[in-house]
Design a protein around this ligand. Structure first.
Ligand code: ASP
Length: 436
């Protein structure tokens, strides 16, 4: 049994939804369908989810969201007309209009795109619509209830017909709607795949597969045929944006493969994401390169730091108190850098420095901003000599200064830090070193 998730571009127009329909109906194994809200129809268009967030803001500011909600209405009405389905979507939108002044939640507003898309898709396919609120649960603090949701999803296995489920949201105990973070329908799809014990989780999008590097930075990068859950986790965490970074957790437990497929080119192989290491010959050493700009690093120096028991704990507790999640901790004998992705205000910087001075009394402390982190990821690295040398040579030849180096203990990645201004050049240099 296959769980399929279709993203916003697949759900954007009647034409694309008909492609989705053909894909689903071409294989009876495709029984559980998770949908995103309709995305952009062209580069100037606005995603339905963004319109709904805007409607919520307008409602808060002006006491009415009629104008923007009518744009959502128009979009769904014309979608239904063009699909020639016997569905009057207006009462559903009327209900949203009625709820908007009452609800205080942006999550409720944003979730309605997936909800309406699910209603439409179920009609198109003649499948059963099951609202995500019935199976995806959050506790009163808004924390996702993993076990409870999984138990509820498991019951879907008994469904006789195909099922359509809206992605992205679920319900809290007080019946209010809670969404995952943006792009969260991928996560919903993964949860359904785990719950119904699917043989495959197909994630249908608008690219032929996972690119080795961001196509907005590298011209026509190669696509990956396969990668492991761990590699995907590293790459998506570092900014590669085909899949929501949390999506692998549910499927990883059961070892369910994820396949990235292209709705607009269904015969393309796509990218397969599995548990096992690649065994193929000619497997590249580096599976992918991804990175993020605008990180911050705090450099601390103190003579005899290495002998001071508890130094790292004291430093880290300052970051914990300030709710800053630490990403990397490269250390020297008497130096330590703490790298994190937050961009601090002047005041926050001053406070952080003050706290660190009190905690560990360093001889030198400096905040470095505009730091880009780039991850070079691949299981092949563990068994191949010279990978780091190749990365550093490529960067040196492009006249790029490396500010930081960190290698994960699993030897799955090498992280380098460069100045934001060098980010794009660095990605290109590394890509060329391994792929050209
Ligand atoms: N529609 C939501 C978003 O734009 C969720 C999703 O597409 O997965 O983020």
């Amino acid at each position: 049994m296959i769980v399929c998730k279709f993203g916003g571009t697949s759900m954007a127009t009647a034409e694309t939804i008909n492609k989705v329909k053909d894909i689903i109906l071409s294989d009876p194994e495709r029984k559980f369908i998770v949908v995103s809200a309709p995305g952009k129809r062209d580069s100037k268009d606005i995603k339905v989810t963004d319109l709904l967030y805007k409607a919520y803001d307008e409602q808060q500011k002006n006491g009415s969201c009629k104008e923007t909600l009518n744009k959502v209405r128009d979009r769904f009405v014309s979608l239904c007309e063009n699909l020639k389905i016997d569905l009057d979507i207006n009462p559903y939108i009327d209900e949203i209009a009625k709820q908007m002044p009452k609800t205080i939640s942006a999550d409720y507003a944003a979730s309605r795109g997936e909800y309406l898309a699910g209603i439409v898709m179920a009609k198109v396919l003649n499948f059963k619509f099951i609202d995500a609120t019935e199976i995806i649960k959050f506790n009163a603090n808004g924390v996702f209830e993993n076990e409870l949701s999984n138990d509820l999803i498991k019951r879907l296995k008994n469904e006789k017909s195909g099922v359509v489920i809206p992605g992205f949201y679920g319900k809290m105990p007080d019946k209010s709607i809670k969404t995952f973070t943006r792009g969260g329908s991928d996560f919903t799809g993964a949860l359904i795949a785990r719950g119904v014990n699917a043989s495959l989780y197909e994630n249908w999008t608008d690219v032929d597969g996972f690119s080795v590097a961001n196509p907005q930075i590298v011209k026509n990068p190669k696509s990956m045929e396969s990668l492991t859950y761990e590699e995907l986790r590293e790459l998506s965490y570092m900014g590669a944006s085909v899949l929501h970074p949390d999506s692998i957790f549910p499927v990883k437990v059961e070892g369910i493969p994820i396949q990235i497929k292209n709705t607009f080119n269904p015969s393309a192989k796509g990218t397969m994401i599995t548990k096992e290491l690649h065994t193929k010959e000619n497997q590249p050493i580096v599976t992918g390169v991804a990175g993020r700009k605008h990180n911050t690093s705090v450099l601390l120096k103190k003579p005899m730091m290495n002998n001071e028991i508890g130094f790292a704990r004291k430093v880290l507790s300052v970051f914990e108190r300030r709710c800053i999640s630490v990403e990397h901790l490269p250390t020297g004998i008497d130096t330590m850098s703490v790298v994190f992705s937050n961009v601090l205000t002047k005041e926050e910087e001053a406070n952080l420095i003050e706290d660190l001075k009190i905690a560990v009394n360093p001889s030198f402390i400096e905040i470095e901003k505009n730091l880009s982190l780039i991850a070079i990821v691949g299981h092949g690295m563990a068994s191949t000599k010279g990978t780091a040398a190749k990365v550093f040579t490529a960067l040196a030849n492009s006249d790029i200064n490396i500010i930081l180096i960190d290698q994960g203990s699993s030897e799955l990645n090498i992280i380098v830090g460069v100045e934001d201004k060098d980010f794009e050049n660095a990605i290109n240099a590394i890509y060329s070193a391994f792929y050209e």
